[in-house]
Ligand binder design. Structure first.
Ligand code: TXA
Ligand code: MG
Length: 316
């Protein structure tokens, strides 16, 4: 991709942005907090392309944006706390982390393999119209490269991601200018994962005192926000051949009869990322004694894939 188009907020541009998103392309769009880098959340390849564009060395789970409560309820399980908070504070800069519904159509990569999904209804007219027009949930991290600050103007997005994404929908400056508050309601304790646009007090009025990630709530695996998915089956990397009972997970052109699954026979790292979590789950449930993973190159999305595999391999 050579150029990223800057789209004015006209009805024609909106339908163009929606069309691009529907085709699995990357379109940055304004929300009241910061600009998000959007992609069809149900499209594994499109979600993988978000990570590639951001140059993230690891897969962080993404926030999925929807236009209304009914759309959110189709993705995740609401309890009374979540429904009350949604009724009071949505649309707005509040992200709720909830359990994925069994039939949730969102890519496992957007959840970074977790059983939970972060959802939010943005309070921004253009974002709302766009979400209604595309008609699918839109996964969107802040529209900046990894390690850079979040963009609050379309020009910031182009400075950071120009040439790496298909278009930016220009909605002027973001009013809040600070990312959404991320609240984990997937367990019994309401836990603040990230302070943001909605003050904790407004949430505590509904939930009572919040636990803080890493402090009150022991992280389920080392590292804040790193409640990463890992298979239960032991995993080893840079394997050549599988041992008795092991599954062999390959990457790239491969003629071995031992191969159980291949993340990308063409050696395409974006395709491998798109397949990663679904394949790991499948192998985890396959009754194997272990998962042997062939070497995966350490460049582009390969770094994030290897990061996740290393965590899984080092877990026990
Ligand atoms: O205001 C915002 O939240 C902006 C706009 C575009 O909506 N988005 C944003 O996304 O800031 P991002 O990817 O930069 O930050 C998302 C945060 C990360 O800290 C991530 O770890 C957390 O939300 N998160 C997302 N899904 C999660 C999950 N299932 N469990 C725990 N944390 C999650
Ligand atoms: Mg960010």
């Amino acid at each position: 991709m050579t150029d990223s188009r800057l789209l004015s907020p006209s009805p024609a541009s909106l339908s163009e942005a929606a069309r691009l998103l529907g085709e699995g392309k990357l379109v940055a769009f304004p929300t009241e907090t910061v600009y998000g880098l959007g992609a069809d959340a149900t499209n594994d390849q499109a979600v993988a392309a978000i990570f590639a564009a951001k140059d993230r060395p690891a897969f962080n789970p993404l926030i999925v944006h929807i236009p209304d409560l009914a759309a959110a309820e189709a993705l995740v399980e609401f309890d009374t706390r979540a429904s009350t908070l949604a009724a009071r504070l949505w649309p707005g800069p509040l992200t709720l982390v909830l359990k994925r519904r069994r039939d949730c159509p969102v890519s496992l990569l957007a959840s970074a393999g977790l059983e939970t999904l972060a959802v939010r209804i943005p309070a921004h007219e253009l974002a709302h119209t766009l979400l209604e027009t595309v008609g699918c949930p839109i996964a969107a991290p802040s529209a900046n490269r990894s390690e850079e600050v979040s963009p609050t103007r379309a020009t910031h997005v182009l400075q950071s991601l120009g040439g790496r994404i298909d278009a930016v929908l220009d909605g002027g400056p973001c009013q809040v200018g600070l990312e959404s508050t991320v609240l984990d309601l997937s367990g019994p304790m309401a836990t603040l994962l990230r302070p943001g646009g909605v003050p904790a007090e407004d949430i505590e009025a509904v939930t009572g005192p919040l636990a803080e990630a890493g402090k009150d709530a022991p992280p389920k695996s080392p590292g804040l926000l790193s409640r990463h998915y890992a298979p239960r089956t032991p995993l080893r990397m840079n394997a050549r051949t599988p041992a008795e009972g092991e599954a062999l997970l390959a990457f790239g052109p491969d003629t071995s009869a031992d191969t159980t699954r291949n993340l990308s026979p063409d050696g395409d790292l974006t395709e491998a990322a798109a397949n990663l979590f679904a394949v790991l789950r499948e192998l985890d449930e396959g009754g194997f004694t272990g998962i042997a993973v062939r070497p995966i190159p350490e460049d582009g999305l390969g770094r994030a894939i290897n990061d996740r595999l290393r965590r899984a391999a080092g877990r026990r």
